[in-house]
Design a protein around this ligand. Structure first.
Ligand SMILES: Cc1cc2nc3c(=O)[nH]c(=O)nc-3n(C[C@H](O)[C@H](O)[C@H](O)COP(=O)(O)OP(=O)(O)OC[C@H]3O[C@@H](n4cnc5c(N)ncnc54)[C@H](O)[C@@H]3O)c2cc1C
Length: 468
């Protein structure tokens, strides 16, 4: 291959790390460039008040394909724990266990809402119809009552716009969670008294935080020969006749025969040379991401609750979820005298909440606890994190913009985009890892990239939808 590297990977999130590792295992010379001072991307962990925390609630899908799971077991050994879910969701003035249990739904939902849910479920088969919007599709799947009390408010907080302005693609990527509501609602409709319907839930989680997984991947990549450079923000990708030059903000230029980019697509469009057409640039500017504000409150006095996470559709607060990281794992090294709450606030970087100071954000979390009947936190410390580009926003009409930009990106010689931001897809870690494997497997022995194999892999990926 031309250039000093066989492969340059941009971004050390799960996708970039897995791709670099797998390529190095195949004997390729790989350099991985990461903007942050640490690896892991959105899946990284770090410490607050002596407790390892994640960037919002992260769990590994229990249905992760066996071959991938076996790689992760090999990397993490017994530290990859199988855990039981202890999550809850606020519906009306009640906390319900997730996955939902029909008996609990029947016992705890306010009678008026319960009656509407049961009625919606009975007539569901007559109502199911296709729709272009999240609001339309979800209403037809779970019924208006659940939409208005759970999905509508959650979507509006997550995406900053009503469900009727969000594309139906968003709903298609959320089938599991909707499935649990449908099962509960159907069981309710059958029994009305809500017998049975209990579901099992579970997930995998590493002993020292979700980030242990990406740290293990990074260690394995380095052992296989990958050079990982942190604090190397890529600001130019220039394709020449026989190689690609990747430049970083501090002036380094790295050359290689092939580049895997997990950069957000609009960023790649902005920094690529030759530049895309004006149409692609305009389309890429319309692809927007939601930002995420994370507020970590250190609670003194043991565990705050016995639950791993609390989903909060309540429109009176911008907080969508509060998780308690130590409850995701069994780690005797976690401090016994304190815990940490992590509040997730999806927002736009122009929202007032983005500019609030730490104490005001901690007060907002306190207020949320009060509004939703959660126990008060004995706050001794606060930390915050702001992440600018997190969730791709699937507004109605985004599809054509994505096609325009993706068509350009697929044509760039020697450059392949992958990962959450690179494909503008709401993926999970298991999917990001599998994508990375598929991308490396599409590199032929002569170093050329098999675009056809990659297209097939991408189609498979687009068909898989789930949330954990
Ligand atoms: C709140 C939240 C909860 C989630 N929960 C789960 C869950 O329960 N289970 C699950 O499986 N998944 C979950 N996910 C999704 C998971 O985090 C992502 O699927 C995964 O991190 C995507 O990996 P990636 O490598 O594609 O992207 P990222 O993790 O976004 O990594 C991209 C990397 O590129 C780097 N980068 C960006 N710009 C540059 C530049 N110019 N130069 C160099 N480097 C750059 C970034 O710093 C980052 O490290 C969750 C995500 C969020 C936000």
């Amino acid at each position: 291959m031309a250039g000093s590297n066989d492969l340059i990977v941009i971004g050390a999130g799960p996708a970039g790390l897995a791709a670099a590792w797998r390529a190095a295992q195949r004997g390729m010379k790989v350099t991985l460039l990461e903007r942050a001072d640490h690896v892991g991307g959105l899946a990284a962990s770090f410490e607050v008040g002596g407790v390892r925390v994640d960037q919002g609630s992260h769990r590994l899908d229990p249905n992760t394909p066996p071959a991938l799971l076996s790689d992760l077991h090999a990397l993490l050994g017994d530290d990859l724990q199988r855990r039981r879910r202890t999550s809850r969701i606020r519906v009306g003035d009640q906390w319900l266990a997730l996955p939902l249990r029909a008996d609990e739904v029947a016992r705890r939902l306010p009678p008026s809402l319960l009656a509407r849910v049961a009625r919606d479920s009975t007539i569901a088969k007559f109502r199911r119809q296709p729709s272009d919007t999240y609001g339309g599709l979800v209403r037809s799947r779970v019924g208006p009552a659940l939409y208005e009390s759970v999905y509508g408010p959650l979507a509006e907080k997550h995406w900053g716009m009503p469900g009727d302005r969000i594309s139906a693609d968003q709903a298609r990527r959320q089938t599991d969670r909707m499935g649990t509501w449908r099962v509960a609602a159907r069981t309710l409709a059958r029994s009305r008294r809500g017998r049975g319907g209990a579901q099992t839930g579970g997930y995998f989680y590493p002993r020292t935080g979700f980030g242990q997984l990406v740290e293990a991947l990074a260690d394995a990549a380095v052992t296989a020969g990958v050079e990982i450079r942190c604090e190397a923000e890529v600001d130019r990708v220039r394709v020449t006749e026989d190689e690609v030059e990747v430049s970083t903000q501090d002036g380094d230029v790295i050359t290689g025969g092939l580049v895997f980019s997990t950069l957000p697509l609009p960023v790649l469009a902005r920094i690529s040379r030759p530049a895309p057409s004006l149409t692609s640039i305009e389309s890429s500017a319309r692809l927007r991401y939601r930002a995420l504000l994370l507020v970590y409150v250190v609670h003194q006095g043991g565990r705050w609750t016995p639950h791993d996470s609390h989903d909060i559709p309540d429109p009176r607060t911008p907080v969508v979820r509060i998780s308690e990281p130590p409850n995701y794992r069994n780690n005797p090294a976690d401090p016994a005298d304190r815990s940490v709450l992590c509040a997730e606030i999806p927002c736009s970087m122009t929202d007032d909440v983005w500019g609030l100071d730490d104490e005001s954000l901690a007060d907002l979390v306190d207020e949320t606890l009060g509004l939703t009947g959660l126990p008060k936190a004995n706050r001794v410390q606060v930390a915050t994190r702001r992440i600018g580009q997190v969730h791709p926003i699937y507004r109605v009409g985004y599809e054509q913009d994505l096609i325009d930009v993706d068509t350009w990106a697929r044509m760039i010689r020697r450059v392949v985009t992958l990962g959450r931001q690179g494909l503008f897809v709401l993926d999970n870690v298991d999917q990001a890892l599998l994508m990375a494997y598929d991308a490396v497997d599409a590199i032929r022995d002569d170093g050329r990239f098999d675009r056809y194999a990659w297209t097939v892999a991408r189609e498979r990926f687009a068909r898989s939808a789930h949330d954990v």
